[in-house]
Design a binder for this molecule. Structure first.
Ligand SMILES: [Ca+2]
Ligand SMILES: [Ca+2]
Ligand SMILES: [Ca+2]
Length: 234
């Protein structure tokens, strides 16, 4: 009995101590300056959770030297225009005059600009790639289009990437195309279906690490659920 009483006393003391901690101090230095608990009625509130992107990366590794880049099939099929070729660093047995590529040792480039488009199906909301360019192949203008060829987003690139143009970089151990930068295209929705690159000169421009992201919970669904929530709380 004695121990039970002691336990009870201790519990009451603990509750009082906790009350003092959470309520007593809330006004001065607490997490909130409000100390009274709001009244809750009805069901718990429902909120649309933040969307989470699903991203993929194409690093061009394994394509070999001087082969068509072609098509990457998957949840999003990425089709490279027919001018795109793979290129392996000469330091690793290929014919590429480059260094410091984001993912060794293969990149993509072209020897003509007949078709250097990149298409994505279904659409995505984010595209980013690294590029290396000599000064004659700059500036670049990268444009994202939707399925109806409306412009969704435009990005510019003007980073000189070649040591012979004065870029502050060295080979790995060889390679004059040695300083990389990135361009990013975004949309609020999964509507980017193709991108074009303008301003480039054949054999003076390469890309690596093409990343693209799809919004996992597309906005139309969020809009729909938000509509239901508003109805619920009217
Ligand atoms: Ca190299
Ligand atoms: Ca390299
Ligand atoms: Ca690579």
């Amino acid at each position: 009995m004695r121990s039970a009483t002691a336990l009870k006393t201790l519990t009451v003391a603990a509750v009082l101590a906790l009350s003092a901690t959470f309520v007593g101090s809330a006004g001065a230095g607490g997490l909130s300056s409000r100390t009274s608990i709001p009244p809750f009625t009805g069901n718990a509130p429902v909120h649309p959770h933040a969307s989470v992107d699903t991203c993929s990366l194409i690093d061009f590794e394994g394509l070999g030297d001087f082969n068509p880049v072609g098509i990457f099939a998957g949840p999003v099929t990425v089709t490279f225009g027919t001018s795109w070729l793979s290129l392996v660093d000469a330091d690793n047995g290929g014919s590429g005059n480059f260094a410091n590529e984001p993912s060794p040792n293969t990149i993509a480039f072209f020897l003509d600009t007949n078709d250097i488009s990149i298409s994505l199906n279904p659409g995505v909301r984010f595209v980013r790639f690294w590029y290396v360019a000599s000064s004659v192949s700059l500036p670049i203008v990268v444009t994202a289009y939707d399925a109806a060829n409306n412009v969704v987003s435009v990005a510019n690139g003007n980073t000189v990437g070649t040591s012979f143009d004065g870029a502050p970089c060295v080979g790995d151990p060889n390679g004059q195309f040695c300083l990389w930068d990135q361009v990013t295209l975004t949309s609020p929705f999964n509507i980017i279906r193709s991108i074009t690159i303008q301003g480039t000169i054949a054999n003076q421009f390469g890309i690596d690490n093409l990343q693209f992201c799809v919004e996992a919970n597309p906005t139309p669904a969020l809009r729909s659920s938000w509509g239901k929530i508003k109805i619920l709380y009217r």
